[in-house]
Design a protein around this ligand. Structure first.
Ligand code: ADP
Ligand code: ASP
Ligand code: MG
Length: 440
């Protein structure tokens, strides 16, 4: 059994939804198909929530109407047959009725989560009608009936395993199972989600709990490229990555994969294949427990970084100093990405600055604090085991013309990271591609 996840662009129009149905029908071996919302839908749902939070009901209504128009047009293209179209329209109609029901009262956090869940619910409803119209026995596994997170936000694996297995076993005749990516219930039983881009994470959790043969992430590009194609021309696909390399790239900004998606697959040793819906025969990228040695594989960038320096004259031989610094971040439930230390100080980076003022206030007890906002982590990933000479030198040579705020190397065998100003990000990514991959 395989898990096949199709992202927003892959189900972004009637034609694409039909194409996904074609791909799914190629092997009816009780695979599990995870669907995202149609591209743009979750953004619209976020927008609707924002209008409602601000009490702008007409703004919300207008956005709901525009979104509904898009779905009605998709249904008429997908279902020429009136009976099937009406079935799909009644499922879609339930989602729009729910969205409109929130227009009467101030929005709560729980209401927002329910609004955000509608995109994935509509995708699976449409796909199920389409597969049924093709006489395929597809069975819906409602994510809200098995996908659950704990109070720390981590997936509740025993709960997911037992509930998902039970749902699957209920239907021995099913040729394919459909489920929603992204959405889940939290530890209070409320509707919640796995954060933006979280459908990849859904697929990986399902693959892990069911011990799947393979997890396939179908998207709009031929696998993981060696640099971010949105900013760098001439990037090329990396054919094989180690789990650790893929995890570093996903965490440090390669949008093709959700940051948490690699871990469940890695722990259960389930290969992940990144495939291109627009070009299904392209080889894509295989992520597994092995990868070619001695090469730099890819570069990624993570935006929205803040660097915080704490300088202390008393750090010299002062055991406990770093503990106090880290404890401050822990107290504010803010995780640290990168660290650089010297005898007189330490710099750390964070990507969540919602508690920045309070953190800085507390850190002032231990030293002089300086903050640099609007920074970017650039992460170079590959076989960077420390005995391999020269790789880190090439990375720094490439960046000779760019001011570098921070460098981190040796934390893993797979990564060297630098922090630069946001304004230098694109120049840094291009310079690294030129030096590391293009022989310039
Ligand atoms: P989906 O909607 O299928 O989940 P995403 O938009 O989340 O797709 O991810 C695919 C996009 O990730 C690509 O279109 C590409 O622009 C972007 N991307 C960023 N970095 C990389 C990379 N290193 N390799 C491939 N794609 C990348
Ligand atoms: N629909 C959600 C989003 O746009 C989840 C996903 O696509 O993975 O973030
Ligand atoms: Mg995605």
């Amino acid at each position: 059994m395989k898990v096949l996840k199709f992202g927003g662009t892959s189900v972004g129009s009637a034609r694409r939804i039909e194409h996904v149905a074609d791909l799914v029908c190629k092997s009816l071996e009780r695979n599990i198909v995870v669907l995202s919302a149609m591209s743009g839908t979750t953004n619209s749902l976020v927008e609707i929530s924002e209008y409602l939070y601000k009490g702008n009901v007409p703004g919300a209504q207008e956005t709901i109407n525009a979104l509904e128009g898009k779905y009605i047009a998709t249904l008429s293209e997908l279902f020429p047959d009136e009976k099937t179209r009406n079935q799909a329209a009644s499922a879609i109609g339930r989602s729009f009725a729910l969205l409109r029901s929130y227009c009467g009262a101030p929005l709560t956090a729980a209401g927002e989560k329910e609004i955000l869940a509608q995109g994935e619910l509509m995708s699976t409803a449409m796909m199920q009608c389409l597969l049924t119209s093709r006489k395929i026995k597809s069975v819906l596994l409602p994510a809200l009936d098995y996908m659950r997170t704990l109070d720390n936000g981590e997936p509740d694996m025993p709960h997911i395993t037992s509930h998902l297995r039970r749902l699957i076993d209920l239907d021995p005749e099913a040729q394919v199972f459909l489920t929603q990516g992204y959405i889940c219930r939290n530890d209070h039983g409320g509707v919640d989600n796995l954060k933006r881009g979280g459908s990849d994470y859904t697929a990986s959790i399902i693959g892990a709990v069911l011990d799947a043969e393979e997890i396939q992430i179908w998207t709009d590009i031929d696998g993981m490229h060696n640099n971010d194609p949105r900013y760098v021309d001439g990037t090329s696909p990396v054919r094989q990555l180690h789990f650790e390399e893929a995890a570093e790239l996903a965490y440090f900004g390669a949008k093709i994969l959700h940051p948490s998606c690699v871990l469940p697959a890695k722990l259960h040793n389930i290969p992940v294949r990144l495939l291109n819906t627009m070009d299904p025969h392209a080889p894509g990228t295989l992520i597994c427990n092995a990868s070619p040695d001695g090469t730099i594989k890819a570069i990624a960038a993570k935006d929205g970084i803040t660097a915080i320096k704490i300088k202390s004259g008393r750090m010299l031989l002062a055991y406990g100093f770093l503990h106090k610094v880290f404890e401050t971040f822990e107290n504010h439930r803010t995780s640290i990405d990168m660290i650089a230390t010297s005898e007189v100080g330490v710099t750390v980076t964070i990507d969540d600055d919602s508690r920045l003022a309070a953190i800085v206030d507390d850190l002032k007890h231990f030293g002089t604090v300086t903050v640099d906002t609007d920074m970017v982590i650039i992460c170079v990933v590959g076989d960077l085991e420390w005995h391999n000479c020269g790789f880190e030198a090439r990375v720094l040579e490439a960046l000779a013309g760019i001011p570098v705020r921070m460098i981190s190397y040796g934390g893993s065998n797979y990564n060297i990271s630098v922090v630069v100003q946001a304004g230098d990000k694109v120049a840094a990514l291009r310079a690294l591609s030129d030096r590391l991959f293009n022989g310039k």
